[in-house]
Design a binder for this molecule. Structure first.
Ligand code: AMP
Length: 592
């Protein structure tokens, strides 16, 4: 089965038409979802009909709702015994466990369902208390799910639906055997859905053994004929979600678009971003399906007459609009299907003019960028977020251009007396510099949020298939894997015998070399920390792939983890804000 492409506007079914019940449709509408994404269109009908499914979809395609909505529709809340669950969703990281559990909670709130995320690093007693009552949906990392199965604090006898989410990532993190053991513990008859961004042989083999006559869902790829793609400069910025608005602000300040559409996924996001951009001094207006026709017409008129520079819109609202002369198209989120990207950026760079397409992607969404490159045959350049220094340089450039215009226009006589009177006291160059400063300060007034630190995320390799993790990372990521013992007195003194010093080159995968840095994390074996907790925290909180993580050492009171040097500061910042085993812990670069 294949899904519709976004250009099938006229035939796009609604969530209701796909068979969802009103309580779920209402929940989606409240979240600002305007229509199903392609993976949702293709997956909802077979999953609602109780079929098994193999879905090829990466993060960012809307796959969570694709499996969560049918799962919620099919279960009867509260119909479970103590320690039992009706649905089990397995995910690779604790961050994803929390995200998926939260999404399921939001979608199913009106149905009164109970959902519990289970991951390492959380006190087990707390999990046991909730499990004892039984829960409708458990979202778990494989290691923790297996722990509970062994303790018999999680029973799968009555499970109706099992979802394997990001199955390829779970295998990459060394969870293959755990997955097998968990699937073995499920009853003969239940529905299974497996989602994976790629289909390596090991996934195909799991699918073959555990899925019964599955419906295969992948998004149809209409190849764009060579040379027919739009002439557009395509740039992407990889940035963690909390920093997206600030990043966009900076990028817009540097790019200085004259007329741009900024695409967002939901109505809510459109509204929030519009407020934020106006606060930054841009003239921006929202356009989405929640507005009535006269509101929309008014906004469009403002845009066409250049009364506003930025139109912040959902795909649905922007569909069919006849807007010419766009200087920029911005994807505030990576579109949920590559075809939607092509469709969006086709709005700039028309009639022989080169346009600019800017995309903000979260670290986990890099796969979507590759899919787009494959479809268009064109490169998307991953750029670093403009720094505060870049912005200052750009502003000075604008000040220079303004001054030049005034100089060319002339008619400065009435100001000369001021310069002459100051010239007797100061050097002429100084006088001019002071005037430039005044103009510059007036232009940047109220824009101080630019000094916010935006973490630098190293672009991911553009190779087709993510290389398998280094042996260390994979072995270390396995729950229960044995760590190398840490030497006494380490860290803070010197590296233990046989250990490489910080900054050494280490292969993180078959095709990549990274400078590695070592991080000190102030929690260790005594607190029950396992390698999978650390990998989970780093991948989840900092959006770094598990395969980027090097050697892990866990000693009684602390742990040491090797990470790519370029990402070290970002990881430290992210982990400082996170909790491990329910507690904030000290994290810093290891000085050993
Ligand atoms: P996922 O691929 O499941 O990680 O979803 C990526 C993002 O898309 C999440 O922020 C979802 O809330 C959002 N999303 C999922 N389905 C839709 C939809 N139909 N319309 C708008 N946003 C959606």
């Amino acid at each position: 089965m294949t899904a519709n492409t976004p250009s099938d506007a006229a035939t796009t079914p609604t969530f209701e038409q796909l068979g969802l019940k009103p309580a779920l449709v209402e929940a989606l509408s409240a979240l600002g979802y305007e229509e199903p994404t392609p993976i949702q269109r293709a997956s909802l009908p077979p999953l609602l009909a109780g079929k098994d499914l193999l879905g090829l979809a990466a993060t960012g395609t809307g796959k969570t709702a694709a499996f969560a909505l049918p799962l919620l529709q099919r279960l009867t809340p509260g119909e479970h015994k103590a320690f039992s669950t009706s649905a089990l969703v397995l995910v690779p990281t604790r961050e994803l466990a929390m995200q998926v559990a939260e999404a399921i909670h939001r979608y199913g709130q009106k149905l009164g369902i109970t959902v519990l995320p289970l991951y390492g690093g959380q006190p087990i007693g707390q999990q046991l208390r909730v499990l004892k009552r039984g829960v409708d949906v458990v979202v778990a990392t494989p290691g923790r799910a297996l722990d509970h199965l062994k303790r018999q604090s999680l029973l799968l006898d009555d499970v109706q639906t099992v979802v394997l989410d990001e199955a390829d990532e779970m295998l990459d993190m060394g969870f293959a055997e755990d997955l097998e053991s968990i699937l073995e513990a499920t009853p003969e008859t239940h529905q299974t859905a497996l989602f994976s961004a790629t289909l390596p042989p090991r996934i195909a083999s799991i699918a073959e053994r555990h899925l019964h006559q599955p419906v295969n869902v992948r998004i149809a790829k209409e190849k764009v004929a060579p040379g027919t793609g739009p002439r557009v400069r395509q740039t992407a910025y990889i940035v963690p979600r909390p920093f997206k608005a600030a990043t966009l602000g900076r990028v817009l300040d540097v790019e200085a678009p004259t007329a741009a559409i900024i695409f967002c996924r939901t109505r809510t996001e459109v509204d929030e971003l519009t407020v934020s951009l106006n606060g930054r001094g841009w003239r921006a207006q929202a356009l989405h399906g929640g507005m009535d026709q006269s509101q929309r017409d008014r906004v469009l008129k403002q845009f066409k007459t250049h009364a506003i520079e930025l139109l912040v819109a959902t795909d649905v609202a922007a569909r069919g609009l006849d807007i010419e002369k766009l200087s920029h198209v911005v994807n505030y989120d990576v579109p949920n299907a590559p075809e939607a990207y092509v469709h969006r950026i086709g709005r700039t760079g028309r009639a022989g003019r080169e346009g600019v397409a800017i995309t903000l992607a979260e670290p986990r969404e890099h796969r979507l960028l590759r899919n787009i490159e494959k479809l268009t045959g064109q490169k998307i350049e991953v750029a670093t977020v403009p720094t505060v220094a870049d912005l200052r340089a750009r502003r000075l450039e604008l000040v220079r251009a303004s001054l030049r215009e005034v100089l060319v226009a002339g008619e400065l006589d009435s100001y000369r007396t001021v310069v002459e009177s100051l010239a007797s006291e100061f050097d002429l160059m100084e006088v001019a510099a002071a005037a430039v400063k005044l103009l510059h300060d007036a232009q940047v007034e109220g824009q101080d949020e630019e000094d916010e630190e935006i973490p630098l995320v190293a672009p991911h390799s553009s190779s087709e298939r993510a290389p398998r993790p280094g042996k260390d990372a994979r072995a270390a990521a396995r729950p229960g894997a044995r760590e190398r013992p840490a030497a006494k007195g380490w860290p803070g003194t010197k590296a233990p015998p046989g250990e490489e010093p910080r900054g050494v080159k280490r292969r993180a995968g078959p095709t990549e070399d990274f400078e590695m840095a070592r991080l000190y994390i102030g929690v260790g074996r005594q607190a029950g920390i396992r390698p999978s907790d650390l990998v989970g925290a780093i991948t989840g909180e900092a959006g770094v792939e598990g395969r980027r993580i090097g050697a892990i050492q866990i000693s009684d009171g602390f742990s040491l983890v090797e990470v790519p040097e370029a990402m070290a500061d970002q990881i430290v910042t992210a982990l400082k804000q996170a909790t491990l085993r329910g507690k904030k812990v000290p994290v810093r670069r290891d000085k050993g």
